[in-house]
Design a protein around this ligand. Structure first.
Ligand code: ATP
Ligand code: MG
Length: 355
């Protein structure tokens, strides 16, 4: 059974002439890991602040367990917001930073001690409890900020770019750690990020935002495999977009010919075909059986360790096509600049987009 914890109903928030959040409706389910993803300025932080109660919506409302939260001030909501730039108290040690919120609540000292111990263990900071923030690494500070938010046992934890300050390796490690913590605690997490890979790794569902609106709300897999718009296809991962028109069980890609496809749209309608680089298969002799194909030649090869990205120049198209090839693929050994190739894809791996 899924239970709705937070119900955001037609929320609009304006700053003067600017509509930062534009009629957003979404329900957050108990215990889910929800990501808000989108380019800078699309309204992610504003939406989070509305949920937390730091901003009043101009229209719409936010319900918690079916009750309107609008009259509730931020500090009365069972919701905690971890800010984009978390600030630890520099003069307090790790334990002090974590227990501060509970002391403010007036909890008995023994109860505070127990809860802080449990959370220190959970974020693996037991050995560092008496250190001051300046004696910690970036990742350790991050964990203190997280512990400080979690120790108050909120129903919902909102995290604004929680991993933004960390380097790539630490980010990846913390992504898994956040997921583990969320799973252990069963708290609903809403994480804001503009890093699509991070959202794909961590979230159960992702709301992709654009200009204050939700452009697509889906599981990571559906968002990646079945983008509904050119924007979604381009924002999530790398893709090759081909402009054309819908035909009967096919798409017409102008100079690049007609190719079998599942369209679900009226023939004649303008569309784009999106094909991910890893879905394209290269061949040199001829087109592969059961595949659509476009001919071109290798313009550039970029190595990425396990994979290589090939830029394929195609007649009748300005941008090269990107093809990802595993270095263990037999084709990898024959690829060199100028090599003539077929770029093949199965019809079901081309996604037809009409928005
Ligand atoms: N207090 C404010 N007064 C006026 N405009 C604001 C205010 N807060 C946000 N905005 C504007 O609202 C829009 C959305 O801002 P918001 O901070 O929600 O974006 P964001 O998606 O979090 O971006 P980023 O990824 O850069 O953090 C932006 O155009 C921003 O300039
Ligand atoms: Mg922001």
């Amino acid at each position: 059974m899924t239970r709705i914890v937070i119900d955001i109903q037609s929320v609009t928030k304006r700053f003067g002439d600017l509509t930062a959040v534009d009629g957003v409706s979404v329900s957050l389910v108990e215990g889910e890991f929800f990501a808000l993803l989108g380019p800078s300025g699309c309204g992610k932080t504003t939406l989070l602040r509305v949920i937390a109660g730091f901003e009043d919506p101009d229209e719409g409302r936010v319900l918690l367990d079916g009750e309107d939260m609008t009259p509730l001030r931020a500090n009365r909501r069972p919701i905690n917001l971890m800010f984009q730039s978390y600030a630890l108290f520099p003069h307090m040690n790790v334990r002090g930073n974590i227990s501060y919120g509970l002391e403010m609540e007036g909890l008995p000292v023994s109860a505070i001690g127990e809860r802080v111990d449990a959370i220190l263990e959970m974020v693996q900071l037991n050995d560092l409890a008496s250190r001051r923030p300046h004696q910690l690494s970036g990742g350790q500070k991050q964990r203190v900020a997280l512990a400080r938010a979690l120790v108050k046992q909120p129903r919902v934890l909102l995290l604004d770019e929680p991993l933004g300050a960390l380097d790539k390796k630490l980010r990846e490690q913390m992504q898994l750690e956040l997921k583990r913590l969320q799973h252990e605690l069963g708290i609903t997490f809403v994480v804001v990020t503009h890093d699509q890979e991070e959202a794909l790794v961590m979230a159960d569902r992702i709301a992709l935002m654009k200009d204050g609106k939700i452009a697509q709300l889906d599981t990571p897999e559906d968002l990646y495999e079945r983008p509904m718009s050119r924007f979604a296809a381009g924002f999530i991962g790398v893709t090759n977009l081909f402009e054309g028109k819908v035909a009967k069980a096919a798409v017409d890609l102008n100079e690049l010919g007609r190719h079998a496809a599942t369209t679900g749209a009226e023939p004649g309608k303008a569309c784009a075909l999106s094909i991910r680089p890893e879905r394209l298969r290269l061949s040199t002799e001829s087109r592969l059986d059961g595949h659509n194909a476009i001919q071109g030649d290798v313009a550039e090869i970029a190595y990425h360790g396990q994979d290589m990205n090939l830029m394929i120049r195609v007649l009748g198209r300005d941008d090269p096509i990107t093809v990802r090839l595993s270095v263990s693929d037999d084709m990898a050994t024959v690829m060199e600049r100028g090599q003539a190739v077929w770029c093949n894809w199965r019809p079901e791996h081309g996604r037809v987009i009409t928005e």
